[in-house]
Design a protein around this ligand. Structure first.
Ligand code: MF3
Ligand code: ZN
Length: 573
């Protein structure tokens, strides 16, 4: 059996993720990992908090604390949120983990020894008061083109020109406002041009989807350039190269290695410190990455290049599922404009399953997609309640009250009965086909369709009219109906894990629906005649008719509440 590593992009921990971040990587990866496990596949699902880098270092300077103090709390806060969203990570770790730091340093030393790292001097902005080199965007000054006094070192927000910090008139430090100097500093670079040919070859023959492949091929066609892997930051993983004392590894380069170090740490904790190699060093292992589209070059070019340069037999990315953007009411999510919904706020309104379901239905798979409260309301009330919840309840209630809660022995079947049985026993394969093509949204649509067909079947066959005069016919219908509900429980499991488990128990089934192999069992009727179900309860609740109008105000109220619970780094001033 092939092994799988399911990876979701590591969220920056200087913000609470918003709904767009959640669907863009973590939630999508979770649905896929859960599906694989239900099939009985061998899966390791990893991610972690991306906690190094300048923004957090600067926050810490401003607050006069050590950055680790801020990220300890932030990591704990977001980890807990992911648990509440039922994200089934095998290991959700952090870039400050000892295993990660050790692995990153060893890995970069290998690249160095293999001749893929060289050093070079550069003249970069430096703040003598804060005693640090400043990233371009942390230098402010007057734009030489339009005279705008608050231009940034990388770009002028007034005239839009791209700038170099040395061009700014009267350059100042964005942290303390003091004057900036330009100092010579030495940096270490990853020699990407050396790998141009191999990367091109690999990309062409890879199983990556067209959007990722074409974008990356264009990038490579322009010619790969060396990328600096060191920074003059203090907050980060110390660069291990001789002469690089006091420098750290650039966040992107180390965070990517987290996919491997998180796997290592997972098996270390299980007491099998070498077992990670049976995943990463096996060319048959399928590694799948769930990321937002802005992360494509790092995952499809830089990461594979690093793996190649290591000279070790790492398996290269098998698939990269890169989503477009989720918009909120027509515009990009924006913390500065307070525009959007953040995942802790969302949970104050409704339990995780509602968000999981709606977000998968809105997953921006091929184009940017707009989250609107109208659409959210429609999904919850119509798809979740009228289609799925209602079907489940009709079937279970009727079986409970009129069939003594017992699955009947089916009688003779009409063509309609046979067609419906054919329909629900082939549903797992139809849903699987979409999932395995990373069309998560269509997979969920196929699940909803099963409930719709079930409702139609009940309406057409009207078992309540037959119970007295034609009990054998009614038995066939109810046998099919309740078995299609059991199939539904399995097919819902990756999407709404809590509700699927509730349904599993209402069906009177043992243990949990989240069990290896159950997806394949659902290709036959799961419930045998004589099986008893439990007392049915509504699976989902409807939203009140004025929900969409009131949502904005409810979120504002929720925001006030969560702000008090958030740790300092995640609180908005
Ligand atoms: N923190 C980055 C972002 O939010 C993603 C890092 S992905 C990793 O865009 F692979 F580098 F971890
Ligand atoms: Zn300064």
């Amino acid at each position: 059996m092939a092994k799988w590593v399911v990876a979701s992009a590591w969220p920056y921990v200087n913000n609470v993720p918003h709904l767009g971040n959640l669907i863009g990587s973590i939630l999508s990866a979770d649905v896929f990992a859960r599906y694989l496990r239900l099939r009985g596949e061998d899966v390791v699902f990893v991610s972690g908090s991306d906690e190094h880098g300048t923004p957090i270092e600067i926050e810490a300077i401003k607050r006069g604390v050590h950055p680790k103090e801020l990220t300890d709390q932030a990591h704990e806060y977001v980890s807990k949120l992911f648990q509440e969203y039922m994200i089934s990570f095998d290991n959700y770790t952090r870039t400050e983990s000892e295993t990660h730091k050790r692995f990153v340093q060893g890995f970069f030393m290998r690249l160095y020894e293999n001749g893929y790292i060289f050093d070079q001097y550069d003249t970069l902005p430096y703040c003598p008061r804060d005693k640090m080199f400043l990233p371009d965007r942390f230098v402010v000054g007057t734009c030489p083109y339009c005279g705008y006094p608050k231009a940034h070192g990388d770009q002028c927000d007034n005239c839009g020109r791209l700038l170099h910090p040395t061009e700014l008139i009267n350059p100042r430090c964005a942290i303390c406002g003091g004057p900036v100097e330009f100092r010579k500093t030495r940096h270490w670079f990853f020699d990407l041009p050396k790998l141009q040919g191999r990367i091109l070859e690999w990309l062409k023959n890879s199983s990556l989807p067209a959007n990722v492949k074409n974008y990356s091929l264009n990038w490579v066609a322009e010619g790969l350039k060396p990328r600096s892997v060191t920074r003059d930051n203090k907050w980060g993983i110390p660069a291990p190269f001789p002469g690089a004392e006091g420098k750290t590894i650039y966040v992107w380069f180390e965070a990517l290695l987290g996919y491997i170090s998180a796997t290592i740490e997972y098996f270390e904790k299980l007491g099998e410190p070498d077992r990670w190699k049976t995943y990463w060093f096996d060319q048959e292992t399928k590694t799948v990455y769930f990321i937002g589209k802005d992360n494509i070059p790092f995952h499809a070019i830089i990461f594979p290049a690093m793996l190649m340069a290591s000279g070790e037999p790492y398996t290269l990315p098998w698939y990269i599922s890169a989503t477009e953007y989720l918009m909120y009411e027509g515009e990009q999510f924006s913390k500065s404009r307070r525009h959007g919904i953040w995942i802790d706020e969302a949970l104050e309104l409704l339990p995780a399953d509602y968000w999981r379901f709606a977000l998968i239905k809105m997953r921006p798979e091929t184009k940017d997609t707009n989250f609107t409260w109208e659409e959210f309301y429609r999904i919850v009330n119509s798809d979740m309640n009228d289609d799925i919840g209602n079907y489940v309840h009709r079937v279970l209630k009727f079986l409970y009250s009129r069939f003594n809660a017992t699955v009947p022995e089916p009688g003779p079947a009409t063509r309609e009965d046979e067609e419906f049985m054919e329909y629900y026993t082939t549903a797992p394969d139809r849903v699987a086909k979409h999932l395995e093509s990373f069309r998560l949204k269509q997979a969920l649509e196929e699940v909803i369709e099963l409930a719709r067909r079930g409702n139609q079947y009940l309406n057409a066959r009207a078992p309540w009219e037959k119970a007295k005069m034609a009990p054998a016919e009614a038995a066939t219908i109810m046998y099919n109906a309740v078995n299609s509900v059991a199939t539904l429980a399995v097919l819902l499991a990756p999407f709404v894990p809590a509700a699927a488990d509730r349904l599993w128990r209402m069906l009177g089934l043992e243990g949990t629906v989240h069990r290896a192999g159950v997806w394949l069992e659902a290709k036959k009727p799961l419930l045998k005649p004589g099986h008893r179900i439990s007392r049915p309860e509504p699976l989902f609740s409807k939203l009140p008719p004025d929900f969409a109008e009131k949502a904005e105000a409810m979120i504002a109220e929720a925001r006030r509440r969560v702000m008090e619970k958030r740790p300092p780094l995640l609180r908005w001033q």
